[in-house]
Structures are given as C-alpha cells and as structure tokens.
Design a protein around this ligand. Structure first.
Ligand SMILES: Nc1ncnc2c1ncn2[C@@H]1O[C@H](COP(=O)(O)OP(=O)(O)O)[C@@H](O)[C@H]1O
Ligand code: SF4
Ligand SMILES: [Mg+2]
Length: 401
C-alpha cells in the first residue's frame, strides 16, 4: 500500500488546490432530473429581487460584474453585467451554453482570474468587498469560506500525492492542528461523500479512484473547511449519466450537512431543474433570464430559455426536439442590439437596434432581457417557436438549423 508523504510538497499549494480547473465547459450527456429540495424557509434573493420570507443572511452578492480580456484579436467581453445575491443554504443555478461567461464570472468571485483580466463591479462576501481585498485576504477566503468544485477533478488534484494527504493539506493551510487530526477529518469527509472504506482510501492516489469517486473526493475537499458557499462549475459534466445523478444527489446531501449555499453552474437546464431554487440563464456574457426555477421552466420569458427547454430530451420524445440553431456571437464583435437576435425566431427591427435590459416581466421577481417576452407569455408552448414547422414562423436573420 502506498504511504502518504510526511512533508508538505514544495510545489503544491492546498489553498489553490482546484485553482487549475478548466475554464471551458464541454457539452455532455443529460443526467436524470432529480427531485429538488423544498424551498428554503428563508428569503431567496437574486439581483435586486426577493422572493419568499425575509430573514436569511446574505452570503454572497455580485453586482454589475464585468470581465474582459485584452487579446491580440481585440477585447473579449466575457462577462457583461452579472448580478445575483445568494442567501444561506440557497441553491442558485447558472445555465448557459459553452462560452457564455459562467466560469469566468465564478473565477472572478474566487479571485482566480489571470492578471490580464479587466474586472469591474462589486463582489461581496458577507458584506466584505472581495475585489478590494489583497491577494492574501482573497486566498484566506478561498477554500475556507468559498470553495469551488471543478468539472475535472484530475486537473484540480495533484496526481503524485495521496487523496488523504491532499485533503489534510486543505485543512492545514487554513487551520493549525496536528496532522493526525487533519487526517481524521479527511477520513470523516470521505465517509460523508459516500466513499466506502474511507480510512483505507486515504492512502489511495487520485488515479486509483474512478471518475465518480474522484468527484466525490473533490466534494470532500470543497467542504472540508465548512464553507458558506460552494461554487460547483459543471461538477458532473465529465461523468456518465447514472454517476452524474448520484453525484448531484450527494452534493445536495453534503451541502445540507455543512449548511452551505451553492452556485451550481451547468450548460444543462435539466440539471438545475431538479436542484436549484432559482435559476439565472446566461447568454453572451449577460444574464438574460432570472427567476424561481419553476417560473423559468414553466413560464420562460426569454426565447433563448425557451430554445434551451425545447432541446432537453425527455422520456417519450418524438424526435421533434432540437438544439437551438446557429452559434453564439463572437464576444469580440457583438452584434448591435440583442445578442440573441441572429438566432431568434421572434426577432424584429427593435431587437436588432437596441439591446433589451434585464427587466421584470409579468412577475416582479421574474426578469428577462427581451423586447417581446409578452409573446412568450401569450403562447401555449413557448418552445414551439423553435419548431417553425409547427408554428409557420420563419426564423429571424439566422436560420434554425
Ligand atoms: N484568459 C482568457 N483570455 C481570453 N478570453 C478568455 C479567457 N478566459 C475565458 N475567455 C473567454 O471568455 C468567454 C467566456 O468563457 P467561460 O466563462 O469559460 O465560458 P463558460 O460559460 O463555458 O464557462 C469565452 O469566450 C472564453 O473564450
Ligand atoms: S429581444 Fe428580440 S431578438 Fe432578443 S430574444 Fe427577445 S425577441 Fe429575440
Ligand atoms: Mg465553463
């Protein structure tokens, strides 16, 4: 059996374990939709909205976050005005296609953006200004109060150290305690995430774990310091469908055990349907729809969301479901007006001229960035707009391919 090293490695920093995760999402299979936990008894608040009763403390607030990257080809406007507020124990889903700015906005919250990034806006953790903190203060927050789970645990775990050692280091980098006690906590966490024979598994190397087990170990690493916020960036995308569902279930169970709130990032609307209290849909770096998950699912008010809904496979599909045609715009040369206009079946001249603001729709806590949300509200099946053969509606400037 392998023995964990006794000295901390010189080339590895537990504070930044997980920092190396991929910035780019990959499409993958759709997991089974899970039962969602009941709404928290506390107020749930996104952006400037509050739903439910007040009373729960706000842990994270992001306001007007913009991130751009100067590149040789021009300025990449990766995030253009993201705002949300997360309360204790809340699950917020952030959904959008690959490249919509989901990872960059969470990297900003974690203070993990490359130095070239231009960041503005406000990020507050329990009222403290995160962007104004020194790198050292940000490091102290990261991993301890705000933890991150990445899509691919192999990029976040060091292959040459045992899982137990890495978990213990994650504790010791934030807390003074004997290594033996840190190892005991590591074992406890492996048990919590459902790894059988946790004591023996402390001595395993990451490659000795299956993909699902590694992702469980990543969840253990994320919660080992009792964080208030877990940012899970496509945590199950790399796994096969049955394992995805088990891991998501475990994530929610563990989040409840440590009383954390979650920002669950995914390209897959089916994942948030089962888990998130509220959902924020991103397109081309901007939130384009925000609301209670049921509102977003059953009463979408932005055509992009309706298009995503129409592309979720479900039991009894007749083959009519289809992905949204076309591709997202270049973030270096965004079109004038609504960035979804080249792909939108409801596009009109005003859409091509003016970018719609994110504004309340028929419910005050359900916002959409669309000039014509009322047309979706009036439709029996908003996803039908993406099936022109059913509605006779021609698509806009872009084709629905
Ligand atoms: N360091 C960087 N330099 C330039 N562009 C970047 C950098 N990091 C991310 N981007 C761009 O920002 C956009 C948003 O990326 P990302 O947040 O990773 O998308 P996703 O929604 O898939 O997580 C993408 O177009 C990506 O290419
Ligand atoms: S503003 Fe116009 S183009 Fe944009 S989503 Fe709404 S209807 Fe479509
Ligand atoms: Mg991503």
């Amino acid at each position: 059996m392998s023995t964990p090293p006794t000295q901390p490695p010189s080339d590895w920093n537990a504070e930044t374990a997980g920092d190396q995760g991929t910035l780019y999402g990959h499409d993958g299979p759709t997991p089974t939709v899970l039962e969602r936990d009941p709404e928290p008894s506390v107020g749930v608040h996104v952006g400037h909205l509050t739903a439910g009763s007040a009373g729960s403390a706000e842990v994270l607030s992001v306001e007007g976050l913009t991130v751009s990257f100067p590149t040789e080809d021009g300025l990449v406007q990766a995030v253009r005005g993201v705002s949300y507020t997360l309360h204790e124990r809340e699950v917020l889903g952030i959904v959008g296609e690959s490249g919509s700015g989901k990872s960059v906005s969470s990297m900003a919250v974690m203070g993990l953006l490359p130095r070239s990034a231009r960041v503005s806006g406000t990020i507050r953790y329990r009222g403290q200004d995160v962007l104004g903190m020194s790198r050292k203060q940000q490091r102290a927050l990261r991993g301890r109060k705000i933890a991150m789970i990445f899509q691919d645990p192999m990029t976040a775990m060091n292959p040459v150290y045992t899982v137990g050692f890495q978990l213990a280091e994650a504790v010791l980098s934030h807390e003074l305690m004997p290594r033996k006690a840190a190892m005991a906590r590591a074992e406890e966490m492996l048990a919590l995430v459902g790894i059988p024979q946790p004591k023996a598994r402390l001595d395993s190397y990451p490659h000795e774990f299956s993909g699902g087990m590694r992702q469980r170990a990543m969840i253990a690493m994320a919660v080992i310091n009792n964080p208030d916020v877990i940012i899970a960036d496509e945590p199950t995308t790399a796994l096969d469908v049955t394992v995805q569902a088990q891991i998501l279930e475990k994530l929610i169970e563990v989040k409840d055990a440590v009383n954390a709130a979650i920002v669950l990032i995914t390209h897959d609307l089916g994942v948030v349907a089962g888990m998130a209290h509220r959902t924020l849909v991103m397109y081309a770096g901007r939130p384009v729809e925000v609301g209670g998950t049921d509102d977003v699912f059953y009463r979408p008010r932005m055509p992009y969301t309706a298009g995503l809904l129409g592309s979720i496979p479900s039991a009894g599909d007749t083959g009519r479901l289809r992905p949204i045609g076309g591709a997202p715009p270049s973030l270096i040369a965004l079109p004038t007006g609504c960035p979804f206009s080249p792909r939108c079946p409801l596009v009109t001249d005003v859409c091509r001229q003016t970018e719609p603001p994110l504004a309340p729709t028929d419910a005050a806590d359900h916002l959409a960035a669309c000039h014509h949300w009322d047309r979706l509200a009036a439709a029996d099946d908003p996803t039908a707009f993406f099936r022109p053969e059913l509605t006779g509606l021609a698509s806009g400037a872009g084709e629905i391919r």
